[in-house]
Design a protein around this ligand. Structure first.
Ligand SMILES: Nc1ncnc2c1ncn2[C@@H]1O[C@H](COP(=O)(O)OP(=O)(O)OP(=O)(O)O)[C@@H](O)[C@H]1O
Length: 231
């Protein structure tokens, strides 16, 4: 479970997140929606201890990220593709991450298989396509078999096969009882993937409800979203 409790984050005069409170529960995919600059990435970074909240607090299964002893085993995250060192192979990138969290080589092989990169495990990341880099980022997130997962715009730039693969993966992870939070701008995709939605704009909560409830009588999620954010 992820708890965001009264979180405010300011950068100088910009209030990126404004007294935001919501809970992300296990066993379902929670879509995190909002216009550009709404504060989605900042909220995720606060949850992951990468940005410090100006006020309020975010916890993962009751603990602040910095207090998690082996964080990769508690929470996995995909923030941006291409964060792996280009000169390393996919295998070495994952093994380097695994070692510091007491995760064995067999799990590295397992996640490479899970994301379909076993055939290119020894190739340098530099030569990977965007889709392959995205799969490697997801392999890293899954390395510690964590119960909580955050994905920031995981389908950006992917081809239809990649988009469909990620959709299936997110649904499977939730069906296994994990907590899955995924941000996206792609409303049609979110309508197919998410069970529950948290919608924010200008750092504030606009909706925290099941997908059907957010759509209501609107013709599509996109229409419902536009109504919410222009209200
Ligand atoms: N490190 C930073 N320094 C200054 N301002 C920042 C920083 N990070 C984010 N911001 C600002 O905070 C606001 C929220 O940005 P954030 O990236 O969290 O939004 P987002 O919802 O993820 O947007 P997008 O959908 O465009 O990725 C924006 O106004 C952004 O310019």
């Amino acid at each position: 479970m992820i708890d965001v409790d009264g979180v405010t984050k300011r950068f100088g005069r910009t209030t990126a997140v404004d007294d935001l409170t919501f809970t992300v529960r296990p066993g379902r995919v929670t879509g995190f929606l909002g216009p550009n600059g709404a504060g989605k990435s900042t909220t995720m970074r606060v949850v992951l201890g990468l940005d410090r909240a100006t006020a309020g607090r975010a916890t993962i299964d009751g603990h602040a990220y910095r207090d998690l002893p082996e964080p990769l085993r508690r929470v996995g995250a995909l923030l941006e593709a291409g964060s792996a060192h280009g000169g390393r192979s996919a295998y070495h990138h994952l093994w380097w991450l695994a070692r510091s969290n007491r995760i064995g080589r067999s799990r590295v092989a397992e996640v490479l298989g899970l994301v379909g990169l076993d055939g290119v495990a020894r190739k340098r990341v530099r030569g990977f396509s965007l889709g392959m880099k995205q799969r490697l980022g997801i392999a890293a997130a899954l390395l510690g078999d964590p119960p909580v997962l955050l994905f920031d715009e995981p389908v950006n730039g992917l081809d239809p096969e990649g988009v469909r693969w990620i959709r299936g993966l997110l649904r499977d992870l939730a069906a296994e009882g994990r907590t899955v939070l995924v941000s996206s701008h792609l409303m049609a995709e979110m309508a197919l993937t998410a069970d529950h939605l948290v919608v924010i704009a200008r750092g504030r909560l606009l909706a925290d409800a099941p997908l059907d409830e957010v759509v209501g009588d609107a013709p599509s999620l996109e229409d419902a979203f536009m109504r919410l954010v222009t209200r």
